[in-house]
Design a protein around this ligand. Structure first.
Ligand code: FAD
Length: 392
């Protein structure tokens, strides 16, 4: 039998980082929020668990209980060659497991007053001029607004005809139990190999008691990625027991998609907000949740009934412009990874600047403009070419 509920101010579909954060922010200010997720929590989520410092800075809650490692070094190589480790004096990425991290954010939302319903698989979302309705297997909920925070395959987006032009790519994530010596080798260090697959990379992210290894971006061919990941692990002499072997899609941003209409909006992966260069998504999940919370709270204060145009405008300004730069940078980078890797080694200041972007101490726009405007890369690459070819 279908049960009808009281009306909510906001119904959020999906209790990942974006949904929980939005719910918490709205509840803290007294809005009546319903948060639905098809899973029960804590739940495993396919993810490297690299929480950049800039992402952690989007949260006003203490994440230290779920940090497995603090990263202050990055070992880069290009297709197995020229391994080089770059370091920063302070950590710039935290390592988390998503079951623990997402549970921490969800608990904070529940503590703030969000009405959370686990095991609620949303099957239908409808919007009309005056209200929204969200249906699960057993219930129908009514609200003033609906927010799709339901990840890359977003059923909310599908039901409402949003994000119709989504670009999806695949990544694999394996959790590996390894011996102490291997754990020690990667303590405080992430390893990244680019130039090994087209437009993507392989990685090792260390956790407290195991390694998360993965590969992806640039393709949707799972079998190819599996073979390449095995090749990478054998070459890097990373052996151990596979605790889990999973793949999942990412929807990378920068395209012109509608992410809000009428009484509905999308945040996080549902809105395609993953950077196309490194595949970072948690930062944008949290950032878009914070922007939407601002917009909805301002609308509540102003008694404004249709605030999502402002949300779309702010996402364009504050996220999509950066995404487009990432896309351009990604094209340049993947066209000549080996040359650029050599430039990194010859000019470590570029990598140190990138670390400051990851840490939220500088913006990607600043980084991009600095190296583009001075034509720095081209000069550096041609300088290298001259050196490699020898002086006449
Ligand atoms: C292999 C891989 C590695 C990655 N590594 C990193 C990394 O190291 N760092 C980083 O920043 N990003 C990484 N990402 C991206 C990151 O995982 C996402 O960007 C992030 O999870 C987005 O958060 P979200 O809240 O938008 O969505 P999600 O975390 O995907 O949450 C969506 C929620 O919606 C729920 N849901 C879905 N459908 C329904 C439904 N019908 N009804 C009810 N609930 C529903 C799901 O159960 C889920 O809990 C990686 C992604 C992949 C695939």
């Amino acid at each position: 039998m279908t049960n009808f509920s009281d009306t909510y101010d906001v119904i959020i579909v999906g209790a990942g980082p974006s949904g929980s954060t939005l719910g918490r922010k709205l509840s803290q200010q007294g809005l009546k929020v319903l948060l639905l997720d098809k899973s029960t929590f804590p739940r495993y989520k396919v993810c490297g668990g690299g929480l950049t410092l800039r992402a952690a800075k989007q949260l006003d809650i203490d994440v230290s209980p779920v940090i497995h490692d603090k990263i202050s070094a990055m070992e880069l190589c290009c297709n197995g060659q020229l391994h080089h480790t770059f370091t920063k004096d302070t950590p710039f990425i935290y390592m988390v497991m998503r079951d623990e991290f997402d549970m921490l954010l969800l608990q904070a939302a529940i503590d703030a007053g969000v009405d959370f319903r686990p095991a609620s698989h949303v099957t239908k979302v409808e919007c009309c001029d005056t209200e929204v309705s969200v249906q699960t297997q057993s219930d129908v909920y009514r609200g003033r607004y609906v927010v799709g925070a339901d990840g890359v395959n977003s059923p909310t987006a599908k039901h409402l005809g949003l994000m119709t032009n989504k670009e999806k790519i695949l990544a694999l994530e394996y959790e590996m139990k390894v011996d102490d010596a291997l754990l020690e080798r990667f303590r405080g260090t992430v390893a990244i190999d680019y130039g090994f697959i087209d437009e993507g990379y392989a990685w090792v992210f260390p956790k407290r008691d195991h390694l998360s290894v993965g590969i992806g971006l640039g393709t949707r061919d799972g079998r190819f990625l599996q073979e390449k990941l095995m090749e990478y692990l054998a070459r890097e002499q990373i052996h151990g027991e596979f605790l889990s072997e999973k793949g999942f899609f990412l929807s990378v941003g920068g395209s012109d998609n509608t992410i809000a209409r009428g009484r509905a909006a999308l945040i996080g992966d549902a809105a395609g907000l993953v950077d196309p260069l490194m595949g970072e998504g948690i930062f944008y999940a949290l950032r878009s949740a914070n922007i939407l919370a601002d917009v909805l709270l301002q609308a509540a204060r102003d008694n404004e009934d249709h605030p999502f145009g402002e949300y779309q405008r702010r996402i364009e300004q504050e996220i999509l412009l950066e995404m487009r730069l990432f896309r351009r940078a990604s094209k340049i980078f993947h066209a000549m990874p080996k040359q650029i890797h050599k430039v990194f080694i010859a000019h470590p200041g570029i990598v140190h600047h990138a670390f400051r972007v990851i840490a939220g101490e500088s913006s990607f726009q600043d980084f991009y403009n600095k190296y583009r405007s001075s034509n720095f890369m081209m000069k550096a690459i041609s300088g290298l070419a001259v050196r490699m070819m020898g002086k006449p």
